[in-house]
Design a protein around this ligand. Structure first.
Ligand code: TYD
Ligand code: MG
Length: 452
């Protein structure tokens, strides 16, 4: 009998070692290295299902490359198409990651059920009956979508060969296992092997494959980092589980930009595309409350009006508390320091809490001015007019810095009925005849003058 071959893998980053050690030399994590069996039989008996389509690559001049059949597949979901860069590319491998229960299976099943193409949805997590129940909630009666519950890649390829689907969805890569590797499903070597087989299948048959991937507790896709290098597109499905909004973004995209963002709302009957997010992210109020300010941000190419709430109160303990939800806490501290120095606010003795409503996280620097305005408003307990909105970055010396694509933000604010937008004096604005008042400011002190 052949000797059982084993090797050691770091379960965090996927590095391979010949023997066990306490700390991974590449990612510096402790106790993450474990032994996996990687017995591989002769690879020569490994055959792709549709080996007849196998072709030998030869070099071509770039002008000679035929792109006529590279048209993208329409996923019949505006948000998903946009994040992918205009639909799914033939032969591409897309990985969708996200926290448990965020709605990854729901999203891909919903898409699979709506497709016009023949789709194979492979699940290693739920039974066919459970998937049918879920499909019942989504209320779709598709007759193009086949459901397979299987975890062995060789069997999956056999079914694919019989069915010849146009798109394959796999839920999830961590449940798959290949006969060519001995170790258990979800281990680094299995994930690597199964992904390699799927890539080979996708590239050689030009069939797009969508994979679901679990993420670890620190938010990375579970499995080796190399998994993200292997696939063409890495999508992240995120959101606060207690809120209804879910955001889909591309962390890596070989066929499009990574700036685009898809927004969904989780409903009793599945995920609904949110085509005009600004309207729902701003809450309806009967009276104006202190500590609220609206920021005109951009997510990808789309303008998004977001409400920022701040609460400033006298610190009970010696060290004041600072907490931010949906906003970088370090940036909050920086803005507070700027306010202290430039606007004379004694914030050192105050607790400051900041919240971006809707459970979303914003990293557009244009939100700074709204954050500052909401803090000032809460500190003075004076409500800002609800028709004001803000779009500018705040610099360390208290200067109001310009932001990109300010015209687009202004037009969105005007469309939603805001009366005044505060932007940096240094933004070059080519707009004429706007109904909305464009208030140009250059320093934080200017803003204080307007608000209190
Ligand atoms: P699921 O897709 O199973 O999450 P994942 O695959 O990312 O682990 O989503 C599960 C959550 O979605 C569950 O908490 C209930 C919710 N949900 C709805 O609110 N409405 C629906 O129609 C469906 C199918 C799920
Ligand atoms: Mg799932």
């Amino acid at each position: 009998m052949a000797k059982v071959k084993t090797t050691f893998f770091c379960q965090n980053c996927g590095s391979q070692y010949a023997k066990w050690q306490g700390q991974c030399t590449s990612c510096k994590e402790w106790n993450t290295i474990s032994e996996e069996v990687i017995q591989k039989p002769e690879k020569s008996d490994w055959k792709l299902p549709t080996s007849s389509t196998k072709r030998v690559s030869k070099p071509l001049l770039i002008n000679e490359i035929d792109t006529s059949q590279e048209a993208r597949l329409d996923m019949r979901d505006g948000e998903f198409n946009r994040v992918l860069g205009g639909g799914m590319v033939h032969g591409s491998l897309t990985l969708l990651g996200g926290e448990p229960g965020i709605g990854k299976s729901t999203l891909l099943l919903q898409i699979a059920l709506n497709l016009e193409y023949k789709t194979l949805y492979v699940s290693g997590e739920e039974s066919q009956k459970q998937i049918k129940m879920r499909a019942g909630r989504i209320q779709s009666n598709s007759n193009n979508c086949y459901i397979l519950t299987e975890t062995k890649t060789q069997n999956i390829f056999k079914q694919i060969e019989a069915l010849e689907p146009d798109i394959v969805v796999i839920d999830s890569i961590q449940t798959l296992h290949s006969d060519y590797i001995e170790s258990s499903a979800g281990s680094i070597s299995q994930i690597k092997e199964c992904t390699t087989e799927l890539i080979k299948f996708a590239k050689e048959t030009a069939t797009p494959v969508l994979l679901i991937g679990h993420i670890t507790k620190d938010g990375h896709i579970a499995g080796p980092k190399i998994l993200e290098h292997m696939v063409d597109t890495v999508l992240q499905f995120e959101g606060d589980r207690n809120h209804v909004f879910r955001i889909l973004r591309a962390n890596k995209n070989r066929f499009g930009s990574t700036n685009e963002l898809g927004i969904y709302e989780m409903q009793g009957s599945g995920l609904r595309e949110v085509t005009n997010p600004s309207e729902i992210l701003i809450s309806e109020k009967d009276e104006e409350l202190s500590g609220n300010a609206v920021a005109a941000t951009l997510e990808g190419l789309r303008p998004l009006m977001i409400e920022v709430q701040a609460l400033v109160s006298t610190a009970v303990y010696g060290t004041p508390q600072r907490s931010a939800t949906g906003f970088n806490a370090k940036r909050l501290n920086m803005l507070l320091a700027v306010l202290e120095k430039r606007a004379g606010f004694r914030l050192g003795a105050k607790d400051v809490f900041l919240n971006i409503t809707g459970g979303i996280t914003v990293d557009d620097p244009a939100i700074d001015l709204a954050v500052v305005a909401s803090i000032l408003s809460s500190n003075e307990d004076v409500a800002l007019p609800s028709t004001y909105c803000f779009a500018a970055e705040v610099g360390l010396s208290g200067e109001i810095r310009p932001v990109q694509r300010v015209e687009q933000r202004i037009l969105e604010a005007e469309k939603l009925g805001f009366s005044t937008i505060f932007v940096s004096k240094y933004n070059k604005i080519a707009l004429k005849n706007t109904v909305i008042k464009i208030q140009l400011i250059s320093k934080i002190e200017d803003l204080v003058g307007f608000l209190v």
